[in-house]
Design a protein around this ligand. Structure first.
Ligand SMILES: NC(=O)c1ccc[n+]([C@@H]2O[C@H](COP(=O)([O-])OP(=O)(O)OC[C@H]3O[C@@H](n4cnc5c(N)ncnc54)[C@H](O)[C@@H]3O)[C@@H](O)[C@H]2O)c1
Ligand SMILES: [Zn+2]
Ligand SMILES: [Zn+2]
Length: 361
């Protein structure tokens, strides 16, 4: 018997979101229904609403969520009703070429629920990133549920499901930041601020935060940045070099994802250093660089999808560090809001007023 709950729908390209009654089927084989407790508002939800991801409207938005497993379908062994879980968009398949090579954090065939959630009239919904958690309950593949310590606050835990994990992982997993490194992070919104926190966790000695907004630089300082650069009217490359003995940083993380910031990242790193692109460019963007500089500067140019995270490995570990007071994940929760405040939260995000607004259900 399907249940009827409230959900936030993006009905069409550029149209404001609205709350609708949605049908959530009982879980089939390999599926789970999760009673959502909290879900953060991410830039990607806005991209969906604007038609920037694809045209599969109507979307059921929301994908940075934590909740309690309500029921599971046949054959589900990894989670059980009552488990406190973070939802992930990398439910590793175990069989694709990345998984079989022992690199499941790149899994190319992540699982989602097979059945569809629908509107009352039967219209099928496309859940954002295969999750759809701006809803009282949602249906996912059981592998999308990662069990973590239930002592964590849901509004904090849920953020690991997307942007905060992407930033932490860009530093820790993709960038391989380690003790003594110098790191620069360009763009200190939710993702970049998490990269600053990740760099500190990994033991970086110098962490340079770059943004155009002094409010973001202040937050980054609170999370561990040792130096800040306001890029407005500033030569960012020269400023990073000046702070690193004239050489550049060992790892530079671009958490904006436009050609201008990528170029800054490319030239602001030391010889043989690493660039990590975690901000997401749009299709029309182009980059031109002297190929000789790509060769001559050595090192590596990497991109980070979801912080190259392995949810089963990283979520419980990061939640434990947060519960021990060693990882300030609460700093990312700028405000808690209701299900009908999502449209207003998009506006605040657009104006840079928040790191994350989190819907409490
Ligand atoms: N790779 C992934 O898996 C992944 C996951 C989630 C989000 N993202 C992407 O990460 C990016 C950042 O997301 P967010 O939630 O932090 O967004 P955000 O809007 O909160 O933050 C962007 C920040 O960049 C700053 N900025 C903009 N232009 C700048 C410039 N030229 N120089 C310096 N700073 C500049 C802004 O002031 C803002 O603080 C987005 O592109 C988002 O889509 C990637
Ligand atoms: Zn796989
Ligand atoms: Zn997201």
């Amino acid at each position: 018997m399907a249940q009827q709950v409230r959900g936030v729908i993006a009905p069409g390209r550029g149209e404001p979101v609205r709350i609708e009654t949605i049908n959530v089927p009982d879980p089939g084989p390999g599926e789970a229904v999760v009673d959502v407790q909290a879900c953060g508002v991410c830039h990607t939800d806005l991209h969906y609403r604007e038609g920037g991801i694809n045209d599969d409207f109507p979307f059921l938005l929301g994908h940075e969520a934590a909740g309690i497993v309500e029921s599971v379908g046949e054959g589900v062994t990894e989670v059980a009703p009552g488990d406190f879980v973070i939802l992930n968009w990398r439910a590793v398949c175990g069989q694709c070429r990345a998984c079989t090579r022992g690199r499941p954090w790149y899994c190319f065939d992540t699982h989602n629920a097979t059945q569809k959630m629908t509107l009352e009239d039967g219209t099928e919904l496309s859940p954002a990133l295969g999750i759809g958690a701006f809803a009282d309950k949602t249906l996912v593949a059981a592998g999308q549920c990662t069990k973590v310590d239930a002592a964590a606050k849901p509004e904090v835990a849920g953020l690991l499901g997307c942007g905060v994990m992407a930033g932490l992982g860009a530093a820790i997993n993709t960038g391989g930041v380690t003790r003594g490194d110098s790191v620069a992070v360009i763009g200190c919104g939710g993702v970049g601020a998490a990269a600053v926190l990740g760099a500190r966790l990994a033991g970086a000695a110098k962490i340079i935060a770059v943004d155009l907004d002094d409010r973001k630089l202040a937050t980054a300082t609170g999370l561990g940045a040792t130096h800040t650069i306001n890029g407005t009217g500033t030569d960012v490359v020269a400023a990073v070099q000046e702070l690193t003995g004239g050489f550049g940083a060992d790892v530079v993380i671009d958490a904006v994802g436009v050609p201008e910031t990528y170029r800054q990242a490319f030239y602001a790193r030391d010889l043989a250093g690493t660039v990590v692109l975690v901000g997401v460019p749009t299709p029309e963007m182009r980059l031109e660089l002297p190929l000789l500089d790509v060769f001559g500067r050595g090192g590596s140019l990497k991109s980070s999808w979801y912080g190259d995270c392995l949810p089963s490995r990283d979520f419980p570990m990061l939640i434990d560090l947060y519960l021990q007071g060693r990882l300030d994940l609460e700093a990312f929760v700028s405000e808690t809001i209701g299900l009908d405040d999502v449209e207003a939260a998009f506006a605040k995000m657009h104006h840079g007023d928040v790191l994350r607004s989190v819907v409490i259900l």
